[in-house]
Design a protein around this ligand. Structure first.
Ligand code: NAI
Length: 393
């Protein structure tokens, strides 16, 4: 595709997404007036897709000079073309090799950003390794895995504050519970074309994501059981009206199994041995390690790809299992995955915007190192979100 065609495509997609993100639209107007980032260079490493583009427009409206790269393998070239057309320095393309991607991250660091918008702590680690940490006034970190790095290998090495967006209670409720719940159930329905009402579902993990998945399955009329290792969460699930039991005991009851624990080895070979003929296995957790796919494949007599992101695994003895997305995140798999809802990303990126504004305008109010989103920002965004829900669109 020619550069101008890529730009046009990016522009059309971003225009649509922008119109569905009212919180960011308001932030853009406010930032244009307040100019919190005037004279500041923001270095970013985050998935380059249309919703991220709307966030970058907000920061640019606030006076930021943007130097950005995407994450490995997920960069959307039309989005890059559009953002470059807005005068931003945007590095990377979908076909970049891992080496090129590392080169792009290094180029963002070489541009000497004052503020970091990080994903997985790559920029923070690079800045520390380059001995440039003193020139940064602060930043944000999007993910839990990045926060873990900031609190372990980078602990005590960051003289500047980093606000961890994933520590936010608003994000846990709005995204992990409600948006993941909705999109995981929608994905299972779309990929399998199975009926939810009356079906028997086992959700492993009753954390933020598991609660949402269970809630939306039940809302569609599914019968839902929970397997949870934490006694308090199991107690909560029981009082929320779910059957609660060990996975071993639910193996023969369930027809669809969804893992959402963040931990490896949840659906083990032992569980696979016990589950019913035709059972469906899906994972919502970040890493593809919750279902023991290697054991499943090792035992397989035959593997048949039924459609995009759905595979039939025939096992000895005449049983078969249906595996979704190869055990990777089911709501980001298959053709045209939608991921989490636009509204939840509007929420998450407003957390980013207002947190970055705090870093830029009042860094003294923050501590050095990783920390949660300031409480006043959480409450302000909660108020705005509820207001936006009742507004006419
Ligand atoms: P969480 O920490 O709130 O919940 C995880 C729950 O799993 C905990 O209650 C824990 O006790 C339980 N658990 C751990 N091992 C277990 C086992 N063997 N059997 C049963 N329960 C077990 O975490 P959250 O926020 O719910 O995230 C879960 C996973 O989903 C993470 O990997 C996270 O990265 C991922 N995630 C996926 C998204 C998506 O779009 N698919 C979006 C956000 C998070």
């Amino acid at each position: 595709m020619k550069m101008s065609e890529l730009f046009d495509r990016g522009e059309a997609r971003i225009r649509w997404i922008r119109s569905r993100m009212p919180l960011l639209a308001d932030a853009r107007t406010e930032f244009a007036a307040r100019q919190p980032f005037a004279g500041r260079r923001v270095g970013m490493s985050l998935h380059l897709e249309p919703k991220t583009a709307v966030l970058l427009e907000v920061l640019a409206a606030g006076g930021a000079e943007i130097v950005a790269t995407g994450n490995f393998g997920t960069t959307q070239d039309d989005v890059v073309a559009f953002l470059r057309g807005q005068g931003m320095t945007v590095l990377g393309s979908r076909d970049d090799s891992l080496e090129q991607h590392h080169g792009n991250v290094a180029a963002v660091i070489d541009a000497k950003p004052d503020i970091l918008l990080d994903n997985g702590a790559d920029l923070a680690a690079g800045i520390v390794a380059a001995g440039m940490a003193d020139s940064v006034i602060g930043g944000t970190e999007e993910t839990t895995s990045g926060a873990l790095r900031l609190r372990s290998e980078l602990a005590g090495k960051l003289p500047f504050p980093t606000i961890v967006i994933n520590d936010s209670l608003l994000k846990a409720i709005g995204e992990n519970r409600h948006a993941v719940g909705q999109s995981v159930v929608e994905s299972i329905m779309r990929i399998t074309n199975l009926m939810i009402p009356g079906g028997r579902f086992v959700v492993a993990g009753y954390g933020w994501c598991g609660r949402g998945i269970a809630q939306y399955l039940r809302a569609f009329g599914g019968r839902v059981a929970i397997a949870e290792v934490d006694e308090i969460k199991a107690f909560e699930a029981a009082l929320d009206g779910y059957r609660v039991d060990e996975l071993e005991n639910l193996a023969e009851w369930g027809q669809v199994f969804v893992t959402a624990t963040g931990h490896p080895g949840v659906i083990t070979r032992d569980i696979i041995d016990r589950i019913n003929d035709g059972a469906v296995l899906a994972n919502a957790g970040h890493f593809p390690w919750e279902i023991d796919v290697d054991a499943l494949y090792a035992d397989a007599e035959r593997l048949t790809e039924l459609d995009s992101a759905i595979e039939r695994v025939d096992l000895p003895g005449g049983r078969h299992i249906v595996l979704l997305a190869g055990g990777r995140m089911v709501n980001l798999a298959g053709t045209n995955p939608k991921g989490n809802s636009l509204e939840s990303m509007d929420l998450g990126f407003l957390l980013q915007s207002l947190s970055l504004e705090r870093v830029a305008t009042d860094p003294e109010s923050l501590l050095a190192g990783a920390q949660p989103v300031p409480d006043d920002i959480e409450r302000e965004i909660a108020r705005r979100f509820v207001r936006a829900l009742s507004a006419n669109r």
